[in-house]
Design a protein around this ligand. Sequence first.
Ligand code: FAD
Ligand code: FES
Length: 429
Amino acid sequence: MSNATLVLLITAAILAQVAVFGLFGWLRQRAQLRVLERRGEGGAGGAVRMVGKPEQDQGLDPAPVAQAPAWPGHREFVVQRRVIEDGNGAVCSFYLSPADGQPLPTYRPGQYLTFKLEVPDPTGGPPKTLVRCYSLSDRPRTDCYRVSIKRVPPPPGRPDLPAGVVSNHFHDQLKEGSRVWARAPSGHFFLTQDSVLPVVLIGGGIGITPLLSILNTMSDRADPREVWLFYGVRNGAERIMSEHLKTLSEGQPGFHLHCCYAVPDPDDLLGRDYQQQGYVDLALLQRTLDFRRHEFYVCGPPAMMESLVPALAAQGVPAADIHYESFGPASLNTRAVHVSTTRANTSVVRFSRSGKTVSWDGAAASLLDLAEGQGIVVDSGCRAGSCGTCQTRIESGAVTYSQAPDADLKPGHCLLCISTPTTDLTLTL
Ligand SMILES: Cc1cc2nc3c(=O)[nH]c(=O)nc-3n(C[C@H](O)[C@H](O)[C@H](O)COP(=O)(O)OP(=O)(O)OC[C@H]3O[C@@H](n4cnc5c(N)ncnc54)[C@H](O)[C@@H]3O)c2cc1C
Ligand code: FES
């Protein structure tokens, strides 16, 4: 065979390979687009569509495509073990094993479980069904999941109001052997697996739970990335899993623990128990971290979220490197955390049951925020499109989602917590 023929043959082979790869890539992209389109269908009575990566316009993380849940509906769990985790006795870990004895699926560290509980009515009425989300606080295991729950007291200065219903129900009523029902792990706040960037975890109070899952998973997998944990609490009594964190920081040179106590107790020792008096703030991050690019994961109370997340963005940290999660209405003014504004349009939103009509001016982060701002009571759980609690019927008009919904949707319904109107809209609310 001549040299020219050989060169021709090799060129033809390379071209054929490129064509095959190109075809596969195109097919995969088409399949992904179809999933997005299917997720965006509204069905009879109303329309819903996915917008192309709106969060990037807003400076948020890109919208991930929702994954099918690891099991449909709710699965029954048995409380295997309870462990009090802090000096105040306010945080209890619940180890939950599946009642069916089958191995548990893995999850992405940072995700949460959505529980449905029947809680007795203290006034003697019929029990209420309530939905709440709790982050998985440990690395994935096949025999049990762990959640760590803080007992929520009445708001400061309002002892007349009832304490948090579900958190106190867990603490007071759920003993070893008790049963609970939960949906499969979900949520979009989780460790990026394929990144090589050093990881910065910033947790305030009970917001530490998803970060513990990330940390424990990285430790278990001997992940080579360097990790910083900035953990803000009032004092040593509020800090959870102190011994575990101490062991990790002493045993793993790539892990750096920085505890900030806002109001240390006389027993708390600077340098031994905590590294800074005050809050986790930008100045501390700037003093501690080097100039490399880092990936940030933030979960904490409103003050922390509303100051740190925009501050990181203002410092030029790319939006894709800032991941954050809030623990719902009690702990977040969603709009204050958004790095920039939502799109305004001139839609008019009518809530048919409450008889209220409002203009959409983009000031609310979602239709859920808009409804609550009007004093309309809406059931909600995750506020992230996962639990399905805020599902509402669209009588007319269309909405768009800021991220792909995880929850199963009835035709003609939308999830208020992740949607905004694109036309005039009437909702059965
Ligand atoms: C994704 C996600 C993950 C989460 N992970 C965790 C976790 O790992 N650990 C954890 O502990 N929590 C977590 N949470 C928070 C949790 O889901 C609950 O929001 C929390 O436990 C409070 O629920 P509750 O039923 O106890 O309180 P609720 O009954 O919902 O009450 C909340 C607050 O409202 C007050 N209140 C009651 N009535 C009134 C009234 N009439 N007017 C004004 N205020 C009133 C209560 O006193 C209480 O302070 C998470 C939330 C989300 C969304
Ligand atoms: S509150 Fe959970 S899906 Fe909207």
